[in-house]
Design a protein around this ligand. Sequence first.
Ligand code: PMP
Length: 371
Amino acid sequence: MASGRIFNFSAGPSMLPVEILEQAQADIINWDGTGMSVMEMSHRSKPFESIHKKCIQDLRDLLNIPPNFKVLLMQGGGSTQFACVPLNLLKDKETANYLTTGAWSTKAIEEARKYCRAHEVATSKSTNFTTIPDPSTWNVDPNGAYFHYCANETIHGVEFTLTQEMLDRIGEVPIVADMSSNFLSKPIDFSKHAVVYAGAQKNAGPAGVTFVIAREDMLGHAKNITPTMLDWKIQADNDSMYNTPPCYAIYICGLYFDYMKRHGGIEAVQELDRQKAAILYDLFDSSNGFYTNPVNPQYRSKMNVPFLIKGGNVDLEKKFLAEAEAVGLSTLAGHRSVGGLRASIYNGMPLEGVRRLADFMTEFKTKHEAE
Ligand code: PMP
């Protein structure tokens, strides 16, 4: 680890590999002999065009995105896509299906209610969002314009992929996924999805870019009231340059994609994420209840790992946070809406960081177990 760096377990923006930061540092004043920083370039210039093109191509390569899907680089984060999805996909329909599995899918359905009758297919609210509702209870409206779900609930630490049983429940309705917090952590099955979207600031780069990967037949249906900037077809027709894009953020995402390609691609990322998550969940499960994770083990997130100390001892949590911060293990508080603790272990978190956290947790337990 570079000197003075900490291990930052933030839920996003999050750590970036030092190699990327060093590359950005080397390029900052004069990118590739152009005599200017990427921050200073016209977005219509040849050098930026090459950065933009390579960024999208590398993302396509990493995720093996089929040719009939468009990759859009948008702004406004996942939150703006909560509005884009109904605006672009409702067509003449009045209903859309939403699965509610935590705070973010709740926000998505709330936003959709501004535009349509958002039909809640099922919710795990009664479990405090610690599981995925049993697919046999999913009540999908086959006339709904689409089915929306959140693949990884960042606050509640619940993650899942669509099973055959779930697909059977959804039927022919186009599937839309919010992958904001597990994008680029594993392959995506595009044969099951019509649209996938994700902000960059967890696994793909800095805040400011939102990736929308949309099947071509999902474009061109935006309602008349759709703001021009939020119309996916207009973005696609203009190569995501209808207006000035977040050039510097796109450049850093491009460095990240290039880095991932050089480090074994998405399979290597997935394996590393599996190892990192296993270290923490194994530690909880062998801690005799000192550390607990409330999530149904089947749906434990590999990205966001919430946990409690002694079932929610607030004094011990405070001590934990202070002692962790003092040894360079930072931003481990749970989201303010749920409390407790949370370690977000996105792609930029090295294995060494998770090992250090696990060692710290073992020591902390020994020290405070008797309290
Ligand atoms: N969806 C999920 C799953 C998220 O984690 C977040 C952000 N934490 C959002 C949507 C909203 O993203 P943004 O802050 O980029 O608008």
